[in-house]
Design a protein around this ligand. Structure first.
Ligand code: ZN
Length: 244
């Protein structure tokens, strides 16, 4: 039984999708939604044109269907849409043995708060008795992190490392080669582009960061820290230099 929505409609589903869009910067709410009865299938996202969402009206409005289940089904399909809209398969390995529920889809699930299991597991929702506050939070996607995936990919051409990996890598660099560790505001020298300032830095691999740099001539770009000199006390320090 639902706490807030007694009867699900296409509009109400679209409102849930719009709330997710507000967090992801995507535009899933613009897609058509087929809200019919589709036998066993609870929902789908159609990758091919015309792209669309589809949801099972009978399941959504079933007496034993909880709000938590409905919202998870919407988020599950939204995660498929997310993979498609962001072309996540270009950034996250997707082995050929995997169906549409590969590593890229699981990553998207994490970003939109969907349960990353391929098949809906009703048992997992049995003890999820939401209070009105919890249900409202889920409707509003309060638990979904605000992250503009397309601008991030556009700038960095990689997906962000998870927080734990990121902090491990940064600590590693900071401790071993502090003069090659970057933060926003650091002054740098690129052999061809000249002097510039770090606008943003992200961990790249175990030893380096990627730097978004604005140069004195107002041009900008993303570079591997290995190709950059850091200006420390007025001196240009090559990557990997350890002071003695
Ligand atoms: Zn699926």
């Amino acid at each position: 039984m639902s706490i807030i929505t007694k009867t699900w409609t296409e509009d109400k589903i679209r409102a849930i999708i719009r709330k997710l869009d507000e967090k992801t910067g995507l535009n899933g709410a613009a897609l058509p939604i087929a809200f019919n009865c589709y036998g066993e299938s609870l929902g789908y996202y159609r990758y091919v044109e015309p792209k669309a969402f589809g949801f099972n009206r009978k399941f959504f409005n079933g007496y034993f269907t909880s709000e938590a289940e409905v919202i998870d089904v919407i988020r599950h399909e939204y995660a498929h849409y997310y993979v498609d809209a962001a072309h996540l398969e270009r950034y996250i390995g997707h082995s050929r043995r995997e169906t549409s529920h590969g590593a890229d889809w699981r990553w998207a699930c994490k970003m939109v708060g969907a349960d990353p299991s391929r098949c809906h597991d009703a048992a997992a929702f049995i003890d999820r008795d939401w209070t009105v506050e919890e249900a409202t939070a889920a409707y509003n996607a309060d638990d979904v992190v605000n992250f503009d995936i397309l601008s991030y990919l556009n700038r960095w051409h990689q997906i962000p490392a998870d927080a734990e990996t990121a902090s491990k890598r940064l600590t590693h660099i900071k401790e071993r080669i502090p003069d090659s560790y970057y933060e926003a505001g650091d002054e740098v020298l690129h052999p061809k582009r000249g002097f510039g300032t770090v606008v943003d830095a992200i961990p790249h691999d175990y030893w380096t960061q990627r730097l978004y740099i604005r140069f004195e001539d107002r041009s900008d770009g993303v570079f591997d820290a290995k190709d950059i000199f850091k200006i420390v006390d007025g001196v240009a320090i090559p990557y990997g230099t350890v002071r003695r």
